[in-house]
Design a protein around this ligand. Sequence first.
Ligand SMILES: O=C(Nc1ccc2c(c1)CCNCC2)c1ccc(-c2cn[nH]c2)cc1OCc1ccccc1
Length: 343
Amino acid sequence: KENEFSVLEGFYLIHETIGRGGFAKVKKATHILTGERVAIKILDKAALGDDLPRVKQEIETLKFLNHPHICQMYQTFDTDRKIFIVMEYCQGGELFDYIVQRDRLTEVEGRRIFRQIASAVAYCHQKGVVHRDLKPENILLDSENNVKLIDFGLCANSTNCHKVELETCCGSPAYAAPELIKGERYIGTQADVWSLGVLLYALLNGFLPFDDANLGILYKKIQIGKYEEPRWLSEGSKNILRCMLQIDPKYRVSVDQLLNHTWCQEGSQEPLPLVDTDDSMNVVDNDVIRLMAANIGVQPELLKSRLSLVNYDKYELATYFLLLRRKQKTGVQIFRRCGINID
Ligand SMILES: O=C(Nc1ccc2c(c1)CCNCC2)c1ccc(-c2cn[nH]c2)cc1OCc1ccccc1
């Protein structure tokens, strides 16, 4: 029996399992060349069965999403039995646990988290991707409690995602928009905004706006769209929730309008990442390229051309991404200490 991890030998050190999803196992690992922590999602092809297309869908989608609040895919490859997806390490765990541990978040913390989620969703919508399964379980946190959106297995990609109508009813009922559970054709971006409303409600209150053990009653409550506004909610937060939890999608805000809502603008804010243009998918950070090129003894231009085929099956691309993240976190001086002169 081939050791299922032999394909990783020399590139990643595998540590303990940190989580089990439906058909995935997530293991802590170390990217050997940089020493950076990563998470490796391991899927068994046989166990996947007809869920295999969902995994392929997630991999293809993650290949063109590159955003600080979307869990970054660094490399992916498969053996005859397994699929490996090397992901960004999110040691803060699930947002769901973060809320439960605190009962509910303060408005300041809730706003910080919500703005990061909304900026990730706005970026997806600009790229023609609708997530369709937004909920606290699909939002992880990194070591500084910054948001990392995961699980694009149910997402739909299309160039005109703002207009194309979808029909597959998916996602978790409590976060599903009224038009989606009615089985009507719906616009994915509008359904995502409803889920963002349910998410913000859960962040600020610690419980769901629409909830019932009986699915039929839950559907009724969602279609009626009436929910409790606890006394601790400020006028601003009640207002932004109403903008999202509109049962008629025609009256629902877009995620771009959300980010400009006064509630989101309140307080001292760290600047939101700009929605990147396509060039961020090209390999352009010259500090990282020069460091890597010096390290492996090739011309920077040759390395850049090798990496510009961003198809995630190369270890060097994972190296590039991890060094870029390290530079974003700690600044260029970190490379000087690597003892390699990159001037
Ligand atoms: O790095 C990830 N998780 C993760 C890493 C370290 C720690 C924790 C969690 C919390 C548990 N205590 C130990 C610290 C991690 C990264 C990516 C993905 C991922 C990306 N697409 N799909 C899955 C999943 C991940 O995990 C799942 C998880 C495990 C335990 C709880 C909560 C979540």
